[in-house]
Design a protein around this ligand. Structure first.
Ligand SMILES: Cc1ncc(C[n+]2csc(CCOP(=O)(O)OP(=O)(O)O)c2C)c(N)n1
Length: 351
């Protein structure tokens, strides 16, 4: 028998497309609508290309973001230049919107950490793969902003699975106590690898987890890019004033967890097909058509995006491999003795 789901407090859910909340249209510049679509298409094509490169052996493992483009591009669009972004490991579309060069993003997926050089200039942290740790960084950066009394905010990405980790709860607790300028953006894509969200938590929503820490928790339709922008903008404004917010974006991972996974073993093909109907690109395209913003240039953009992506991948493939020393050089500010020895040992300088 299914257990009762416990719920307390009221969780608001933000939706825009096809609702009364869209009455104020247009609430971003017309060019911005179009540019958002282009970015979503580039991100989609990146995913497709990375998959092919993985199959060719140029990338060892890839984590696709297909279906989550609205979450990532919409939320990063809401950031100001001086704000900070904390990615998890599936945030390729977020990096694209933040302005990271495509070839550098490929370079990192090809296993060369040099692809992350320059991210600090974009006020963006490098990728953190340990699940849940991103939340501590989001909380800590936001606390520093609070201590410094500056007007910036930090947007941190994390997954539904991470909300079952201790790090997530510690991060939220500190954020609440220290008026951290943080927005925790939880992409609830329904799975943590093969573990469905309703088997890893008995909470009715993930947003309500914030309430326990005195933080506002809201839900947003994560496949509606306009709703994501609206929700994130509002949350960032609150965060700037020391009121952290958790956004649970309801979305779906349309592909496997990574290229090492086979999702047909744990989820129903029918469910995937159903979510394809809510594909964020498809929905936004329909929206643009309804509002008279679709034109020949956008129609032709898919093949342009493919060319851009091919060009960037070629550039990354032509890059030199990282040097031996770089394996060690950026791990610590000052290299500990033990690591010096390891470096020498690997070079064959020690017995
Ligand atoms: C601390 C830790 N435990 C386990 C893993 C292996 N792992 C990688 S991704 C993942 C699932 C994460 O699920 P979720 O947070 O929902 O993010 P999603 O992969 O769906 O984007 C796990 C268990 C890890 N990277 N870090």
């Amino acid at each position: 028998m299914a257990r009762k789901k416990v719920y307390s407090g009221s969780i608001e859910r933000i939706e825009v497309m096809g609702t009364d909340d869209d009455e104020d249209f247009p609430w971003i510049e017309e060019d911005e609508y179009r540019e958002l679509y282009r970015k979503m298409m580039i991100a989609r094509k990146f995913d497709e290309k990375a998959f092919k490169l993985q199959r060719r052996g140029e990338i060892s493992t890839y984590a696709p973001h297909k279906g989550q483009e609205a979450c990532q591009i919409g939320s990063v669009f809401a950031l100001e230049e001086d704000d900070w972004m904390v990615p998890s490991f599936r945030e390729t579309a977020a990096f694209i919107q933040r302005g990271a060069p495509l070839e550098k993003i490929f370079q990192r997926w090809m296993g060369d950490a040099n692809g992350q050089k320059g991210l600090a200039e974009l006020n963006t942290l490098p990728v953190a793969i340990p699940v849940g740790t991103q939340n501590l960084h989001t909380s800590g950066i936001g606390m520093a902003m609070s201590f410094e009394q500056d007007e910036n905010a930090v947007l941190g990405f994390t997954g539904d699975g991470s909300t079952s980790e201790g790090d997530f709860h510690e991060a939220l607790n500190f954020a609440g106590v220290y008026d951290s300028h943080s927005v925790f953006f939880v992409q609830n894509n329904k799975f943590a690898i093969s573990m469905p969200v309703d088997r890893q938590t008995n909470s009715q929503t993930l947003a309500q987890k914030a309430l326990a820490y005195g933080i506002e928790g809201i839900q947003v339709d994560g496949n509606d890019i306009l709703a994501v922008i609206k929700a994130t903008r509002e949350a960032l404004e609150k965060a700037r004033n020391g009121e952290p917010v958790l956004i649970e974006a309801l979305t779906y991972r349309l592909e496997d967890h990574t290229t090492s996974d086979d999702s047909t073993r744990y989820r129903d093909e029918e469910e995937v097909e159903e979510w394809k109907e809510h594909d964020p690109l498809k929905r936004f395209r329909e929206y643009l058509k309804e509002h008279g913003m679709w034109d020949e240039e956008l129609e032709a953009f898919e093949s342009k995006a493919e060319d851009k992506i091919d060009e960037a991948a070629d550039k990354a493939l032509e890059m030199d491999d990282p040097s031996f020393d770089e394996l060690f050089d950026y791990v610590y500010g000052e290299m500990p003795e033990m690591m010096e020895r390891e470096k020498k040992q690997l070079r064959g300088e020690l017995e």
